[in-house]
Ligand binder design. Structure first.
Ligand code: BGC
Length: 254
């Protein structure tokens, strides 16, 4: 049976957020509900919070989950800002065991990208063009689309920039900005080093910025220099939740 309303969950290193999504038109049907990510980010503790979200919505059915790691066939293959025990853990199975629901997991930035391509500002490039999504949150996430096809698990936050000893997401992210009380000018200049670097590697037509810092795009837009058009995600912070639900919808409604 076709399932048009799906629970989308955006698992982050600091918050776990979820809401019901109409996967036909890509709209949120509820407010997003949020719980803090348990400190340490251990699999069992996070599974308990996912259960609280499922219970909150009294939801039965398939769940889509965007997860802040490389995700290969449901299994986490990295753990930059969560507990290392996640590496090799099957996300879909551990959440299914905690809740009794069926889960479909993908990288969180890939989820945000899917929503922005199908229902956001990436739409004009669904058939033709290259789009790069960068999510700016605790870490930096990346998603690349060529003619609407996703190249999954693009780990933009893990690269090294010229003359830097730390990886890109330790050099600048929304967390780095907050932790260092950084103004938008300094943030913009630092983020531009990441942006112009990846712009020159992937040469996309459009770069979409998502995650927490995308809400403040106008404050730092003037410091960004890329050949690609650079725009904030229209769906803002909800893109990850919507995209996770869309992904599960594609799997169950085949
Ligand atoms: C992870 C990515 C993730 C990004 C955004 C990074 O630390 O390595 O997989 O997409 O954070 O959450």
């Amino acid at each position: 049976m076709q399932q048009n309303v799906i629970l989308g969950i955006d698992v982050g290193a600091t918050g776990i957020k979820g809401g019901l999504v109409d996967v036909v038109n890509g709209k949120m049907l509820t407010e997003r509900h949020r719980f803090d990510t348990p400190s340490g980010g251990k699999p069992k503790d996070m599974a308990k919070v996912v259960k609280k979200l499922v219970d909150h919505f009294e939801y039965e059915g398939a769940v889509g989950v965007g997860f802040p790691a490389v995700v290969r066939r449901g299994t986490a293959a990295s753990a930059a800002n969560i507990d290392d025990a996640w590496i090799g853990t099957n996300i879909e199975q551990i959440f299914a065991a905690a809740t009794g629901n069926r889960f479909f997991a993908l990288n969180d930035a890939d989820a945000a990208g899917i929503a922005s391509m199908r229902f956001g500002i990436g739409q004009p490039f669904m058939e033709d063009g290259t789009v790069l999504m960068i999510t700016i949150g605790t870490g930096l996430g990346g998603a690349l689309f060529v003619d609407g096809e996703l190249m999954p698990n693009l780990e933009i936050g893990q690269i090294f920039l010229r003359n830097q000893k730390v990886i890109a997401e330790k050099f600048i992210s929304n967390k780095v900005r907050r932790d260092n009380d950084m103004g938008w000018k300094e943030f913009g200049k630092k983020f531009n080093k990441v942006l112009s670097h990846v712009d020159g590697i992937f040469n996309p037509d459009l770069i979409i910025l998502g995650g927490g810092a995308s809400k403040h795009f106008l404050e730092y837009q003037k410091y960004l220099k890329a050949y690609a058009d650079v725009k904030p995600a229209k769906l803002m912070n909800t893109a990850g939740t919507i995209g996770a639900a869309l992904y599960a919808g594609l799997k169950v409604n085949k």
